[in-house]
Structures are given as structure tokens and as C-alpha cells.
Design a binder for this molecule. Structure first.
Ligand code: GLC
Length: 747
């Protein structure tokens, strides 16, 4: 009932706005573009309209597609990256088809094109939207330089289960951080729409895909509407408001309904409530997969369901091109539905200027690939994304006191795997690995003994590498997982360091020299058991092309690490799901001892009666927002500018941040808020602001952060989004588990 009220209210708003003559456009369309769309649409046959709704993955010879292109049966192609071929495809469409409609050329440019940046989970660890936007802009410059004008990125899937391999591709567990990163990437990719380097963003996977049961990719999800509206939908809404031009449906069925046939999310929420007027594309054959889901009988049936639910373009099912004409003739699909889909597609093509300029300048495009400033930006992103998890003082290393460095581990010289998942176009020949960076920086000082050829290798003895460690002054071990072990369809039930890496690390420790472990992975591995085997640990979510120089700069103190965990690091995979913004429950943990802390007497009647694990306790290994620095930051004098705020007011929290150590550094200040009592139970805290603050050694600075009280709104029992009056708490801290709260009220 509430949902219908929402729908009516938001539809009225849209009606009012559109009656005022002001087009409610989320993708930046103008009256001129709209009239051009309408004029072209009026000239199109039904077959040509349906052709625009058909997306084909390229491969092989141009002749494979020439006839279909001439007949206007293909509206978009993906996976072609040869600019000469792309220009020929465009030429056939523009010069040899009846209406000359250019193609929309798409590609998965997920974290860089040729210059590869850290995987998105690593980019999230920077808590630096400006840096992430700049990186997305560089990705767009390189990709459009090869003729690609549409990327299937950013991925906004909230992920709270590290068994899920695609956690690598998103911005982690938190709604607020995810939304800020989404906005940054949309702005970066799209830039100024008419600019030839503008690349349409595609926010995906809509919606809830990361909540796959068991962390098994493609598995079902069971998110309530309230959970969708309070946790999973807000990043998509933020990205729509930032002007995202396209959206991709997700593979999963949520509460029994596959997203590709889900009218509630694709029409009621996306179009009617948010006013999205961009293009909706399916995921790869996700339309056809509705047959396997048991949601449709055949391709004709699922094509009908998808188009009527609000899908505009079919990626690789060929359901639209095969059955829509018949479905329109039979009346199962109204031609007005087809017209709206084609409007959404043509609008994107007009906005990108493809009708004026469908071709790419091959020579100019080649000149921007791997530009020095691109590599610098990738290095800075890798530096800011690295998280210092442990340091007993061994870091930063002093090169003047080191004669011999032992470099070891399967990730020390893995130029392909260092790029991470979804880095199709990154050439490993450009990767600078840690080994290469250290050898170039310290010629003659580096001894390289891999210890393990690859992460899954099984070995029981490490005599060679231990002997080398004994002869070295410091051991740098680069561990983790290859790129193939995360990403799509690559879920893991065991997320310990794979193979014999833990044994390698323990063997290295036995040599009696300082051991620094650097882990490169696509997920937060359960590395708790490895911490005793090293004096320091740096965590780097696959850092990309320039990961080597970045990590070397951190290890030797040129850069003070500032990365923070964008996901919770677990003590064991058995703790899944564990994330910071959990609900309090009726029995919050109250300090009961774990099994390892108590003497087990026979016949004990109780070991605790609150929400925790007897063996692994109630807390993770490292909480969300955590990361050490070479210096220490201290928060003090935290105060609010009022005790009570109106629902439409703004709260200002002021505090002093001090750098008490000997290194200049950057702290990611985080502000969390808890709504103590609601019409529904609320999380124990939620991130509502963050800011990177650079302080010189010894410097203290008074700072303030403003938070509109409207940011505390949520969908409560009545299904309406609003701020509920009552008591709140607020934390300002360097991670989600630190600090003491201050209280305030909302009246
Ligand atoms: C894949 C992924 C999606 C990607 C698409 C095109 O299956 O799920 O994220 O953009 O297909 O490659």
C-alpha cells in the first residue's frame, strides 16, 4: 500500500514538473535533443526500432556483421577495441544503412583501459572521490581514444560477503562510501557529454546482486523492499542524480523476481520515482537466463517480460531481435513501449554527439595510451589504496641501513595478476611489479627467490628461500591471490591465503630477519593467522599497472600509507556476514569470553547468552574504515553546535585532529551516526561523512564537518523516507570501531 502511495506522489511530482514545460531529465537531455529523437523515431520502421534494441558482442571478421548493420538490426556492439574496425562498423551504419544511425560501442572499462588502476575495491580504500574521478576521466580518455563510448562501469553492488568474487569490482560494504564513489566515477567517465572523450557510464548491477546467498555468484537474493531502499538502492539513486546515462540489470532473482523482468525496480523505482531517462541494458544474456530461473518458458516469453518490465536493450540473448516484431503484432507488447525504449537509446547517442562525429581519430587516440600523466595517476591511486594493517616499527624501511633485500612470494613479479580482475585491455608488458620497482630503485641490493611460483602451489620445504632470508637484512614477501581467483563467477569458500603461502611466511619468519608481508588480492582474505609471521603487513587490492613503484614508495617511506578498509576483514570465513553497520539485536554482545579465554569445566551450564561466536568472538580482525599510518592521529574536543536539531536543520561537529607522530600524513576522518530508536530497528552506526586531512608531523588543526539532518532519513515502518525524531549518537574517528559518541536529538 505504501509503495503505491510513493508511486502516486512521485508520479505527481514528475507530472507537475513536466507540465511546467521543464523536462525532467536525469541524463542532461535538452529540448533540442528530444525533438531530434522524436523526428528520427517518426521515420523508423518497427524493424529498425527493434534493431536499435539489439546489442551484439563483436569478434572475428567485419563481414560477420556487415549485412545486419546495413539492415539496421544492431544498435550497439561490445568487445571490439580495434579503432580501425570500430570506424568501419560505424561507416557501414552511417553510410550504408537507410537512416545512418551510429552504433554505441561498449566495453568493460572497469578500473582503467590500457593504464590499469587499482581494482574498484582498492579505489574505494582511498576514500578519495576526487582521485577516483580523475582516474575514471583518464580511463575515458584512453578508451574513447580507441572508439569506445560506453563503459559497463561503475559497479555499485554493495558486498558484505568476501566469498563473493565480485566484491573486487565494487566499492565494498557501505552505502555512503559506495554512493560517493559512484558519483565520482560517473562524473569522471562522462565528463562533458558533447566532448569526444565523454564515455557513457553504466551503473550496475541493478539490484542487490552482491547479496547472493552463500557468497556464490549468480545465486538468489532475498532482500526486503526496506533493505533495498535503505542500503542497496541509494548508491544507484545518487548515480542517477549525478547524470548516469545507462544502467545494467543484474543476474540475480530477488525475492523470486529476476531483475531483468522486475517491473518494480525498473519502472516504479527507476523511472517513476527517480525520473531516470537513460538507457537500460540487460546483463549478458540475463534475459535468456530467466528461462533457467524458471521465470519464463522460452525466448519469446522472456523478451516480452523484459521489455514490458522496462528493459531497453538486449545484451546477447537476441530475444528482442527475434521476437519483438511478432510480440507487437500480437499485441503482447505495445509499439509505444518499443518507442520509449528506442527514445532512451537514441537520446544517449545524440547526447554523446555520435550523429555529428561517429568516428575516432585513430592516430590521436593512439598517442594518449599509457601517457606519463596517466601512469602517475595510477601510481598515486595505488599508493592511496594501500592499507597498513600491522607495523611493529619495521616500516618505513631505511634504505641506508639495508645492504640486501630479499624479495619473495608469488605476487612479487606477477605482471598480469597484479592488474586484477576485469583488466582486459591492460597490457602486462607495461606493468611495473614490486620486484622490478625495487631492482630499479636499489640496483645490486635485491635478491629474488620466489619461494612459490604461483599462489596455489603446494610446497612443504623452503630451504632455499630461508637460506636467502638469513643472508638478507630485510625480507619483503609479496603474497595473495592471482587475478583469476576473484571477479565474476570466482567465489571462494575458503579465503585464507591459498596454497602454501602461510607456510612460506612462517618459514621466512624462522630465519630471524624482519619480514614485511604485502598482500595483493581481490577481496579481504582471512590473514589473521599470518600476522604473527610478519613484522608488518601492507594490504593492496590488486594495485594495477603501477603497483610496484607505489608499494616500494610506501615500504621505503616516500609515501605514508593512508588507505582504509572499505570492507570488514574477518577472523575466519565462518563469521560471514559481518559488517560494521549491523543491527544491535536484542542481545548485543556484552563481553563474554571466548573459548580460548576460559577454562572449560565439565558441566558448565552457559558460556554466554548474547550474539557472538564462542570460538571467534563478536568482532572482526579489522573493522570497516581501518588503516594504520607511519604517524599517529588523535581526535579531541569533539563537540556539536547544538543539542537538538530540526528535521530540516544542519548539524556541525567540530573537533581537533592532531598528528602526534614524526611523519607527515593523511587521515581519513570518518563521521558515523546512530539513530537510537526508530519505527524499525536501525544499524548501530552508519557512515555519514568522510574527509581526507593532511597534517604535518606535530600539527594540530581544528576542523568541522556539516551534516544535513535530512541525511539521517530512512524508509521506516510506513515505507516513507523521512527523519524520525528522537535520540542520536555521533562519532568522529579514524575507523568504524573507534571513538566515543556525542549525543544529540532531532525534534
Ligand atoms: C558480464 C558481467 C557484466 C559485464 C557484462 C559485459 O557477465 O556480469 O558486469 O559488464 O557481462 O561483459
Amino acid at each position: 500500500m505504501n509503495n503505491i502511495r510513493n508511486l502516486i506522489l512521485s508520479s505527481l511530482l514528475l507530472l507537475l514538473v513536466s507540465c511546467s514545460g521543464q523536462k525532467v531529465s536525469t541524463v542532461g537531455s535538452t529540448a533540442d535533443i528530444e525533438s531530434r529523437v522524436d523526428r528520427l523515431l517518426a521515420r523508423m520502421t518497427l524493424s529498425e526500432k527493434i534493431g536499435q534494441m539489439n546489442q551484439v558482442s563483436a569478434g572475428g571478421e567485419i563481414s560477420n556483421y556487415a549485412d545486419a548493420l546495413r539492415e539496421g538490426k544492431i544498435g550497439s556492439m561490445l568487445n571490439e577495441v580495434d579503432p580501425v574496425k570500430i570506424n568501419e562498423y560505424q561507416r557501414i551504419c552511417v553510410e550504408e544503412s537507410r537512416l545512418g544511425i551510429p552504433l554505441l560501442i561498449g566495453r568493460d572499462v572497469i578500473h582503467g583501459f590500457h593504464t590499469v588502476f587499482p581494482i574498484p575495491l582498492g579505489l574505494a580504500a582511498t576514500f578519495d572521490p576526487e582521485l577516483v574521478e580523475a582516474g575514471a576521466r583518464i580511463a575515458a580518455v584512453e578508451a574513447t581514444g580507441q572508439g569506445i563510448r560506453w563503459t559497463f562501469s561503475p559497479m555499485l553492488d554493495i558486498a558484505r560477503d568476501p566469498r563473493w568474487g565480485r566484491m573486487a569490482e565494487g566499492s565494498g560494504e557501505d552505502t555512503y562510501l559506495d554512493a560517493r564513489m559512484a558519483e565520482a566515477m560517473v562524473r569522471g567517465y562522462q565528463g562533458s557529454l558533447s566532448d569526444p572523450t565523454s564515455m557513457a557510464a553504466c551503473i550496475k548491477h541493478f539490484v542487490g546482486y552482491g547479496a547472493a546467498e552463500g557468497g556464490r555468484d549468480y545465486n538468489s537474493t532475498f532482500l526486503t523492499e526496506r533493505q533495498l531502499r535503505n542500503v542497496y538502492l541509494p548508491p544507484f539513486e545518487a548515480a542517477v542524480k549525478a547524470g548516469a546515462m545507462t544502467l545494467m540489470t543484474s543476474f540475480n532473482d530477488n525475492d523470486g523476481v529476476p531483475s531483468t523482468g522486475n517491473t518494480f525496480i525498473l519502472k516504479d523505482v527507476l523511472r517513476d520515482e527517480w525520473g531516470f531517462d537513460g538507457l537500460v541494458v540487460t546483463d549478458w544474456n540475463s534475459m535468456g537466463e530467466m528461462i533457467a530461473h524458471g521465470f519464463g518458458t522460452d525466448h519469446k516469453d522472456v523478451a516480452c517480460k523484459a521489455v514490458n518490465a522496462g528493459v531497453d536493450m538486449d545484451m546477447m540473448t537476441f530475444g528482442f531481435i527475434s521476437h519483438l516484431e511478432e510480440l507487437v503484432r500480437s499485441g503482447a507488447v505495445k509499439e509505444s513501449v518499443i518507442d520509449q525504449a528506442v527514445r532512451n537509446i537514441l537520446r544517449v547517442k545524440f547526447l554523446l554527439g555520435l550523429f555529428e562525429n561517429p568516428y575516432v581519430d585513430v592516430e590521436a587516440g593512439a598517442s594518449v595510451q599509457y601517457a606519463a600523466e596517466h601512469l602517475d595517476a595510477a601510481r598515486r591511486s595505488a599508493e592511496e589504496s594501500a592499507i597498513l594493517l600491522k607495523n611493529d616499527g619495521v616500516l618505513p624501511l631505511n634504505a641506508d641501513r639495508i645492504r640486501t633485500i630479499l624479495v619473495t612470494g608469488p605476487m612479487a613479479d606477477a605482471p598480469h595478476d597484479q592488474l586484477g580482475t576485469w583488466s582486459f585491455d591492460g597490457d602486462k608488458g607495461h606493468t611495473v611489479t614490486p620486484l622490478r620497482a625495487l631492482q630499479e630503485r636499489f640496483p645490486g641490493k635485491v635478491v629474488y627467490v620466489p619461494g612459490l611460483a604461483y599462489s596455489r602451489e603446494k610446497r612443504s620445504r623452503f630451504d632455499d628461500v630461508v637460506a636467502a632470508a638469513r643472508r638478507a637484512d630485510v625480507v619483503l614477501a609479496f603474497l595473495g591471490e592471482e587475478a583469476i581467483l576473484s571477479g565474476e563467477a570466482h567465489s571462494l569458500a575458503d579465503i585464507n591465503l591459498i596454497g602454501s603461502q602461510s607456510e612460506l611466511l612462517a618459514a621466512l619468519k624462522s630465519a630471524g630477519k624482519p619480514v614485511v608481508a604485502t598482500v595483493m588480492a581481490g577481496r579481504p582474505l582471512t590473514i589473521g593467522r599470518d600476522l604473527p609471521s610478519c613484522d608488518a603487513m601492507l594490504y593492496s587490492f590488486h594495485p594495477g599497472t603501477m603497483g610496484g613503484p607505489a608499494l616500494a614508495n610506501i615500504l621505503f617511506g616516500d609515501v605514508n600509507p593512508s588507505g582504509k578498509t572499505p570492507v570488514t576483514f574477518l577472523r575466519t570465513v565462518g563469521q560471514v556476514p559481518m559488517y560494521y553497520s549491523h543491527n544491535m539485536t536484542g542481545r548485543p554482545y556484552n563481553g563474554e569470553k571466548m573459548l580460548s579465554e576460559i577454562d572449560m569445566e565439565a558441566g558448565q551450564t552457559s558460556l554466554g547468552n548474547t550474539s557472538y561466536y564462542l570460538d571467534y568472538g563478536a568482532y572482526p580482525l579489522f573493522p570497516f574504515g581501518y588503516g594504520l599510518s607511519y604517524t599517529t592521529f588523535r581526535y579531541s574536543d569533539i563537540s556539536l553546535d547544538a543539542e537538538t536539531y530540526p528535521a530540516d536543520g544542519t548539524l556541525t561537529v567540530t573537533f581537533t585532529l592532531s598528528n602526534d607522530g614524526n611523519f607527515d600524513g593523511t587521515e581519513v576522518v570518518q563521521v558515523y551516526v546512530r539513530d537510537r530508536v526508530g519505527s524499525v530497528t536501525r544499524p548501530v552506526k552508519e557512515l555519514k561523512a568522510f574527509e581526507r586531512v593532511n597534517l604535518k608531523a606535530g600539527e594540530s588543526r581544528s576542523l568541522s564537518v556539516r551534516i544535513p539532518i535530512a541525511e539521517l532519513a530512512f524508509f521506516g515502518l510506513d515505507g516513507v523516507k523521512k527523519v524520525e525524531p528522537g535520540d542520536f549518537q555521533l562519532w568522529v574517528a579514524g575507523d568504524s570501531a573507534s571513538g566515543e559518541p556525542v549525543s544529540f536529538k532531532v525534534q
